[in-house]
Ligand binder design. Structure first.
Ligand SMILES: N[C@@H](CCC(=O)N[C@@H](CS)C(=O)NCC(=O)O)C(=O)O
Length: 200
């Protein structure tokens, strides 16, 4: 049985949502977030000090993209990912990794700089907007980020876009992303994951 150490305001939302999409049995341990003091990281009350942390037997993972890929490949039975020989496999891998590789470094830096250097934060916000525009254009011709099928890459991307939206940095001009959000909000697994915020 897998155990997810979860806090709803963190990237563990991705894993919680994914486990529900795949209806996989798991134990959810909701853990309070400890605000970082003096830049101290890995300070959370989980086996790795971070959210999300997934424990599956001897395997302990704490990168949301790796956890998502692990769960889909190990337990997905072909769901939520194009087949390895599909022409969509490359784009799928790109979109699995684009959120943490490109969007979240901006999110983290802007959060850190917002008070210390608003000018620098604003300039990074402009760069982030270009990256978000790239996502918006990729959603022009199909319902989901890799095509017309929902995949794990949508879970990775949507949670980054939700964070950007919560920071007030998602401009109204990104119309395809707005339609994408409306589409995703109808998924029961996301609705349930967003409601999963009570400690055991
Ligand atoms: N790239 C990692 C980032 C993990 C991460 O930074 N997690 C944050 C919460 S979203 C955390 O646990 N920070 C608190 C800490 O390091 O003490 C992922 O995608 O899982």
């Amino acid at each position: 049985m897998m155990t997810l150490y979860h806090n709803p305001m963190t990237r563990s939302l991705r894993v919680c949502w994914l486990l529900k999409e795949l209806s996989l049995e798991h134990t959810l341990k909701t853990v309070e977030f400890v605000p970082p003091v003096d830049g101290k990281i890995f300070a959370q009350n989980t086996p790795t000090g971070r959210f999300p942390t997934l424990v599956d037997g001897d395997i302990v993972l704490c990168e949301s993209g790796a956890i998502a890929q692990y769960i889909i490949e190990r337990y997905g039975q072909g769901r939520l990912a194009p087949a390895i020989d599909s022409p969509l496999r490359g784009p799928y891998l790109q979109w699995m990794h684009f959120p943490e590789g490109t969007l979240n470094p901006y999110i983290n830096a802007i959060r850190r700089l917002q008070d210390k250097s608003p000018t620098m934060a604003a300039s990074l916000g402009d760069e982030l907007d270009i990256a978000v525009g790239y996502c918006d254009r990729a959603l022009t011709d199909h319902a989901y980020i890799v095509g017309d099928e929902f995949t794990g890459a949508d879970i990775m991307l949507a949670v980054s876009l939700l964070s950007i939206n919560l920071m007030g940095l998602l401009a109204d001009k990104h119309l395809h992303i707005a339609a994408y959000f409306r589409r995703l909000q109808t998924r029961p697994a996301l609705v349930h994951a967003l409601q999963t915020d009570r400690p055991e």
